[in-house]
Design a protein around this ligand. Structure first.
Ligand code: AHR
Length: 332
């Protein structure tokens, strides 16, 4: 009851302030957080993870679990096995258990309004981590912590443009897309297309989902190698699909990184190793290390402080030489 009243008052206050200033609020509070600070060890966070589809995801899960353990905040964890209905079930169960906060990385962008509305009605603040939802109602979540996926795709495309700047022949590109309907698949395709669109020599001749898995990348690449007359470049939305593509390319008697150039996103250890061996040509980093920032957000909200509505993860890119230098210290 206390929580509901607190949420109502905080919402009313935000509305009143926005109406007075005529401005869009740049930051938001947890709503319930102002009503009473808890000891960190008493806070319970329910986290609905996407699955274990990639090296990135495994590193993300480990980092979050380790960070919560170190901070002494209780974490309830569920693995949705890349199914939206499982994530919705997990969120409903966290609402029933009356956790203090719900965090989740939405497997796809749409279809969350109903369940997030239930969390809001229960006075439980929601944190989006890694992936965004596509909802008009931004009051359904407190903050979105994660990468700028459009920028990642743009960096991949810009590298390609630079590599082929002196060439005039057509460049045949195949794209291995992430999970259909997911924010990284949509945004990485958009950013890449945007970066190459000014030059008509770049042609995306095939684009298909490999669901962010190594097996998916291998299977799609095998089919593309059979169906396409020639392939110059593979753009894979993550390392795992790129690594699967390498297996398919080698099995077809071609040399990955030479006969066919490969660009991926993530920069996990296996991807960086392939990059340092010359089998991948360029990797755009996507950092899975979100645990520490999640703890900071929860701590601030618990203290009744504001957090930004959007927190963008810092990331870089790697060439083959840079991968060799970075590999010895790579933690995941
Ligand atoms: O949402 C982040 C993406 O999800 C990573 O790039 C990919 O490896 C993972 O499965």
């Amino acid at each position: 009851m206390k929580k509901t009243i607190g949420l109502f008052l905080a919402g009313a206050l935000t509305l009143a302030m926005t109406a007075c200033s005529g401005a869009t609020p740049a930051a938001t509070t947890s709503g319930a957080a102002g009503t009473g600070k808890k000891a960190l060890t008493d806070i319970v966070v329910g986290f609905a993870q996407v699955g274990a589809e990639s090296g990135w995801r495994t590193a993300n899960t480990k980092d979050i679990q380790d960070s919560f353990k170190t901070a002494g905040i209780q974490l309830k964890f569920s693995d949705a096995q890349q199914k939206q209905e499982n994530q919705i079930k997990a969120i409903r169960s966290y609402i029933q258990q009356q956790v203090d906060y719900i965090a989740f990385s939405p497997v796809v962008q749409t279809g969350w309004d109903a369940v997030l509305g239930e969390a809001k009605a229960a006075g439980i603040p929601v944190l989006l981590t890694d992936r965004a939802v596509d909802s008009k109602d931004t009051s359904l979540y407190v903050t979105f912590l994660g990468s700028d996926f459009v920028l990642e795709g743009k960096k991949a495309g810009e590298w390609l443009v630079e590599q082929y700047k002196d060439k005039t022949d057509p460049v045949s590109i195949v794209q291995l897309e992430g999970t259909t309907g997911s924010a990284p698949a949509i945004d990485r395709a958009t950013g890449f297309a945007d970066a190459i669109k000014a030059e008509s020599k770049f042609k995306v001749v095939a684009s298909q989902t490999g669901d962010f898995t190594r097996a998916g990348g291998k299977q799609v690449m095998e089919a593309m190698l059979k169906s396409q007359k020639s392939i110059d470049v593979v753009y894979a939305h993550n390392d795992d699909m790129g690594l699967g593509a390498i297996e398919a390319i080698e099995a077809a008697g071609k040399v990955p990184g030479k006969d066919i150039k490969i660009i991926t996103v993530d920069a996990v250890k296996d991807g960086m190793t392939a990059l340092s061996e010359g089998k991948i040509n360029f990797i755009v980093e996507c950092s899975p290390l979100l645990g520490k920032q999640m703890i900071e957000i929860v701590t601030k909200l618990n203290n009744g402080e504001t957090v930004p509505a959007r927190i963008v993860t810092e990331e870089t890119t790697f060439t083959q030489e840079q991968a060799k230098a970075a590999l010895p210290d790579r933690k995941y």
